[in-house]
Design a protein around this ligand. Structure first.
Ligand SMILES: Nc1ncnc2c1ncn2[C@@H]1O[C@H](COP(=O)(O)OP(=O)(O)OP(=O)(O)O)[C@@H](O)[C@H]1O
Length: 599
């Protein structure tokens, strides 16, 4: 017998651990995990009935007054569970939890008095089962068809050699309907076909004289040849290879159709990035907060209402606030209604335009505070660390704060944002904006802001207007316009979070979903001593816009506000020169000039 044929034996207990045995155990464990995940909601009533029975049995076995103890503990637990549901769940769940917790408390007492093995226990199980029915009906999910999945051996995500015959079929179809003369890509070759969990990948090489953009244009024909619905074929550049080559991904099933839940912090301090989206081939796409050695990165997240922008910001803010090297500041352009979960959790939270101005001015002053730090380290850019954290200013509904109209003059906010994006990166300060459309118009018509943000990370979710994706068409052509992203998947579920991240991969992806960021812990992070010396604006005392609204311009600063800001800056040591005052106050040149004249 050869050595490899001998099953490994664990001599400590004599259990055979042959590879087949391990595989079987792993697949049983996987199946148990899958069933637990899938049926956890359905199993909840059984857990509650079992706990009620257990408490009743313990109490019945004890004599008074000790018997009171398990009942008291059970009642407290019932009240606690109800209290938790009351705070966190919908009205239906609250009502259900109220009835269930009340019944459980009643049955605990009944079992304690009448004994836990007789008719009372039977009645209690019958009552519990009846009460479970509305729960099961409400939480019933359509059972996915897993017959094929169960019949086939489990497939790991990474590429596998294709089963004989499968590649032949793909190749035959390609050669007959795509690469033949008179077909969309005559003379093209399909190589290196490999299967993965959701389909197959290959390399396409076009005939001499052709460019891979032609393969991109042939996507619809490829879909038709392989008989697939829209959105299942992706063609990507192979950077560093011949322009004739491209990577083809063909999905036989769509992993984006399911929600992909965020499952724990993933920010890597060595690279400054964390997984934010899952691409159509199941690979993660990373959001970069900073570039090691090159400073902080700005970002733009855009998409129509209900496309999932705020949820993307929730993931970004959770990763930031769980890291000991990030100190996030939050501005909610939606008047505090967009990111309410961050009101208490962010280091600073601005819910009104006036508070937003305060936070932006403060951010500009932090940049100034950090100038000597960069000088002390001899130039370059600051590397985020627990002693010197990255300061991202996250602005949701940024278009509301950046766009001006007849009623509102927000040019000072645009100017401050421009300044932060132009100067902040090397001082570890960045701007992360969320707008409805990735257009320069929504950035207050500031091409400076657009150019800076474009150099960072762009996440484009679904939009509805054609000509608006002008910040997205950078580098390689997009496989599809954001406007063409579907609002619903074929099964009728919404496509929230579906879009593209402008990384080296231009492939459809879906953002990870974090249902409730408030459940995640926050890592206390302090600013570096230079930044910490800057007085923090007292936002809680900031007036609401309604109280400050001047008659003509609802949220622009009044002349008195501007004069007061300029006076304060001069009193704090800023030279009374226009440039210096613009830098320290974030005010526009005309505003500073007018204020200096008035003062
Ligand atoms: N990645 C995702 N996966 C699955 N569902 C998501 C995802 N992102 C968001 N959703 C769901 O979509 C809905 C809308 O999300 P969200 O509030 O983030 O949208 P929005 O673009 O910020 O909308 P608005 O502009 O109206 O604030 C939410 O109910 C959320 O649960």
């Amino acid at each position: 017998m050869t050595e490899t044929a001998v099953a490994k034996v664990d001599h400590s207990d004599g259990i055979s651990t042959s590879p087949e045995g391990t595989q079987r155990t792993q697949s049983v464990l996987r199946e148990i995990r899958r069933l637990t995940r899938r049926y956890r909601m359905q199993a909840m009533p059984f857990a509650a009935i079992g706990a009620t029975h257990g408490i009743g049995a313990v109490a019945a076995a004890l004599d008074p007054p000790e018997a009171l103890l398990p009942v008291a503990a059970g009642w407290t637990a019932s009240a606690g569970i109800y209290g938790y549901v009351h705070r966190n769940a919908s009205r239906w769940d609250r009502l259900y939890a109220c009835v269930a917790a009340g019944s459980s408390a009643g049955w605990q007492a009944a079992l304690a008095l009448a004994g836990a093995n007789g008719v009372t226990a039977g009645l209690m199980w019958a009552f519990g089962a009846a009460l479970s029915i509305p729960w099961w009906v409400r939480h019933a999910e359509p059972e996915p068809d897993v017959t094929a999945e169960l019949a086939a051996p489990p497939q790991p995500r990474e590429a596998l050699p294709v089963a004989p015959g499968t590649a032949d079929r793909q190749l035959k179809l390609w050669n007959e309907h795509i690469a033949a003369n008179g077909k969309p890509l005559p003379g093209s070759a399909l190589d290196g076909i490999t299967e993965f969990a959701y389909g197959w990948k290959a390399t396409v090489t076009l005939a001499i004289g052709e460019h891979w953009h032609t393969t991109l244009q042939a996507r619809k024909s490829i879909l038709s040849v392989y008989d697939l619905p829209d959105g299942r074929v992706f063609v990507e550049a192979m950077h560093g290879e011949s322009v004739r080559k491209s990577r083809l991904t063909v999905l036989t099933s769509d992993p984006l159709q399911q929600k992909n839940h965020w499952n724990g912090p993933g920010l890597d301090p060595a690279t400054g990035k964390f997984p934010l989206m899952i691409a159509a081939d199941g690979e993660p796409l990373h959001f970069k907060l900073w570039n090691p050695g090159a400073g902080a990165l700005h970002a733009l997240i855009s998409g129509v209402t209900r496309s999932g922008k705020t949820k993307v910001l929730d993931v970004v803010l959770t990763e930031a606030s769980m890291s000991d090297r990030v100190y996030p500041l939050v501005i909610d352009g939606g008047g505090g209604a967009s990111l309410p979960q961050w009101r208490e959790r962010a280091n600073l939270f601005a819910g009104t335009p006036e508070q937003a101005r305060e936070v932006l001015r403060y951010t500009l002053r932090l940049i100034e505070r950090r100038r000597p730090v960069v000088e002390r380290q001899g130039g370059g850019s600051l590397e985020p660390s627990p002693e010197l954290p990255l300061v991202p200013v996250v602005i949701d509904e940024a278009h509301k704060l950046l766009m001006s109209d007849d009623e509102t003059d927000n040019r000072d906010i645009v100017r401050m944002c421009e300044q932060i994006t132009q100067e902040g990166a090397k001082f570890g300060v960045c701007l992360i904006l969320a707008t409805q459309v990735p257009s320069v118009k929504q950035l207050g018509n500031s091409t400076a802001l657009r150019d800076q943000v474009k150099a960072g990370t762009i996440v484009g979710l679904r939009i509805t207007e054609k000509g608006s994706g002008n910040m997205i068409d950078t580098g390689d052509p997009m496989p599809e316009h954001l406007k063409d992203l579907p609002a619903e998947f074929p099964d009728g579920s919404s496509t929230h979070g579906l879009g593209y991240m402008m990384t080296s991969r231009k492939i459809r992806a879906r953002a990870l979903l974090l249902e409730n960021p408030a459940e995640q812990p926050v890592t206390p992070t302090g600013l570096d001593p230079d930044s910490a010396a800057e007085p923090v604006p007292a936002l809680n005392t900031a007036k609401k816009p309604a109280e400050t609204a001047p008659p003509r311009r609802s949220s622009g600063p009044t002349a008195e506000d501007i004069d007061a800001t300029v006076r304060e800056a001069i009193a704090a040591g800023t030279e009374p020169a226009v440039d210096e005052l613009m830098r320290d106050t974030g005010l526009a040149m005309t505003q500073v000039r007018a204020a200096l004249k008035r003062i």
